[in-house]
Ligand binder design. Structure first.
Ligand SMILES: [Zn+2]
Length: 251
């Protein structure tokens, strides 16, 4: 098969996956919600990131790969177990990002299931329940979306956009917060749009450092996003708490 055909098939598979197996959550609250999430998870997200969130009385979602504990990922030192326990007890959400940072797209389901089990076991040993999930690299297909839907209370993807009017709990859209890519104007525009529409906007990033790599944010950028969200009157909730708030409103 040619590279082009393969690429087209992957695009078709992703399109099919996004537009099927949806589980809609109605977003009937008027006030916009902004969520912050960190993938992998870098040590600096657990320390600098969490502290900044807490300064704004906000809590984040941390999508953890157990296999990255004390490891370097993209040159960034990652979390250790005691920090995750602290974040959990401080009210942050700890969720799953696979154990081995797997690309779930086209992955044999048996491999995926075993890896998810391993991550659940890792978090269970820390005494942390985790029901949410984010696809590493934002990569998923129909099979992995279906398998994740059966196991997790929600799945987060990437690729930008926000949830307006309703949210597909099996493919929550999220917007990158990368210091080298996301401009302040973009952040302001997205938050203003979320506030105007009463939408739910989810940011994701990795490390929180004054010198981040291409997939990280700076403390200044994170603070700018938090302050802008607060000034716009948005509510700051992690993904788990946002879902609970929307569900309570719809019940
Ligand atoms: Zn990741």
């Amino acid at each position: 098969m040619s590279v082009r055909t393969h690429s087209l098939m992957r695009k078709a598979s992703r399109f099919a996956a996004r537009h099927t197996l949806q589980r809609w959550l109605p977003l009937r609250r008027q006030r916009a919600v902004i969520s912050f999430s960190f993938d992998d998870v870098a040590l600096s997200a657990c320390t600098t990131g969490a502290a900044l969130l807490q300064e704004y009385q906000a809590r984040a979602t941390f999508f953890v790969c157990g296999g990255l504990e004390n490891q370097l990922e993209q040159g960034q030192l990652c979390h250790h177990g005691a920090q995750l326990q602290q974040l959990h007890s401080d009210g942050h959400e700890i969720a799953c990002h696979t154990y081995s940072h797997l690309n779930c797209e086209l992955q044999p389901l048996s491999v995926l299931q075993a890896d998810w089990d391993r991550n659940r076991q890792y978090l269970a040993e820390l005494g942390i329940p985790a029901s949410g999930f984010a696809f590493p690299f934002g990569a998923y297909d129909l099979g992995s979306k279906h398998a994740a839907a059966q196991r997790f209370s929600y799945s987060r993807i990437t690729g930008g956009g926000m949830q307006q009017g309703r949210a597909d709990l099996h493919a929550l859209r999220a917007q990158a917060l990368y210091a080298g890519k996301t401009t302040d104007e973009e952040i302001s525009h997205l938050i203003a749009e979320a506030a105007a529409q009463g939408a739910w906007l989810i940011f994701y990033s990795h490390e929180v450092s004054d010198q981040p790599g291409p997939w990280g944010t700076t403390p200044a950028q994170l603070r700018f996003a938090l302050q802008t969200a607060r000034d716009a009157g948005c509510e700051l909730l992690n993904i788990r708490d946002a879902i609970q708030a929307y569900q309570a409103f719809s019940a």
